[in-house]
Design a binder for this molecule. Structure first.
Ligand code: FES
Ligand code: FES
Length: 308
């Protein structure tokens, strides 16, 4: 019997093949069309030498991977995550895309490799010029444009954006580096979405800055986002009249994005069901490690978070 590409992908996931190591269980067998191929996969490594100028970076040689010199090419970078890293990284890898050109910026982008819906691997859709999930056709922005940031959800069932990372190119050395400690700036113009920043070790989320931040004014509201100067991506939840909780939103199992659950007052990962308490500790696996919790206070017009 002939198998569709979706069937093969689902069977790979069920059998634990490396391409789909993060899961791909939800809705396998659906008849929705798959519109993108899985990305090519190459091994990579994270520089863990804290005194190195490339600390926290994943570097790719264009000389050794010449297919990446073509505009539109993409690759899945797979690496082992050292247990001692003091910052969170997507444990299932990165999607690196040669998206544009010197006159069509950004020329390169990098995002977490797995969809925030049910952990399928995403790829770049060269025709639509966005990041596509083959499982249920979720779409993410491939550049910051207007009110939308790189990695934001454009359409589909995904609950949250793909974490994005800064990419640098050394044309002389023919090297592309992804900095896992730095999210790309999302812009600061009047049309651009609010970008949180660390200033004097503090992060301020003013309710007036963005409708997404204003969600924190109501009990049950939550905000997700990267923060310039913080090597982590946060979820902030309004738990009750006086309490906000801020913690890393990157699940310690396989890097999916957690969501606050108002009814249970905890944070759940949609990929394989891990649950984290308000104190960051694991309430239910498969995650085996707590997420980092940040001190956060609520005032009349903003939430203030301590960055360390
Ligand atoms: S796994 Fe469902 S849209 Fe990606
Ligand atoms: S990524 Fe598997 S439970 Fe979160």
């Amino acid at each position: 019997m002939a198998l569709s590409r979706r069937d093969l992908l689902c069977k790979s996931a069920a059998g634990g093949a490396s391409f789909a190591a993060a899961g791909l269980m939800a809705n396998c067998g659906s008849n929705e069309p798959m519109t993108v191929e899985p990305p090519t996969e190459i091994p990579a490594s994270i520089d863990t030498n804290a005194s190195s100028s490339t600390y926290g970076q994943v570097t790719v040689s264009l000389t050794q991977n010449s297919f990446l010199t073509r505009t539109g090419a993409a690759v899945l970078l797979r690496y082992n995550v050292p247990g001692s890293l003091p910052f969170s990284v997507p444990s299932t890898g990165l999607l690196l895309v040669h998206r544009g050109s010197p006159t069509d910026q950004p020329e390169w982008i990098a995002v977490s490799a797995v969809c925030t819906h049910a952990a399928c691997f995403v790829n770049y859709d060269e025709v639509a010029k966005n990041i596509a999930c083959p499982c249920h056709d979720g779409r993410y922005a491939a550049k910051t444009e207007g009110p939308r940031c790189l990695g934001d959800v454009m359409s589909g069932p995904q609950p949250s954006p793909l974490p994005a990372y800064t990419v640098k190119v050394d044309t002389a050395k023919q090297i592309v580096s992804v900095d896992l400690r730095t999210p790309p700036a999302c812009g600061e113009g009047p049309m651009m979405k609010f970008q949180a920043k660390v200033v004097n070790n503090m992060i301020e989320l003013p309710f007036a800055a963005d409708p997404a931040v204003a969600e924190l004014q109501r009990v049950g509201g939550q905000w997700h986002g990267g923060v310039v100067g913080l090597a982590d991506t946060l979820v902030v939840a309004r738990v009750d009249q006086t309490t906000v909780i801020a913690q890393s939103t990157i699940c310690t199992h396989a890097g999916c994005i957690t969501q606050y659950q108002t009814a249970n007052k905890n944070f759940r990962c949609p990929c394989h069901g891990s649950v984290f308490g308000l104190d960051g500790r694991v309430v239910a696996g498969p995650a085996g490690r707590a997420v980092k919790v940040y001190a956060a206070t609520l005032s009349a017009d903003k939430v203030t978070i301590t960055a360390s």
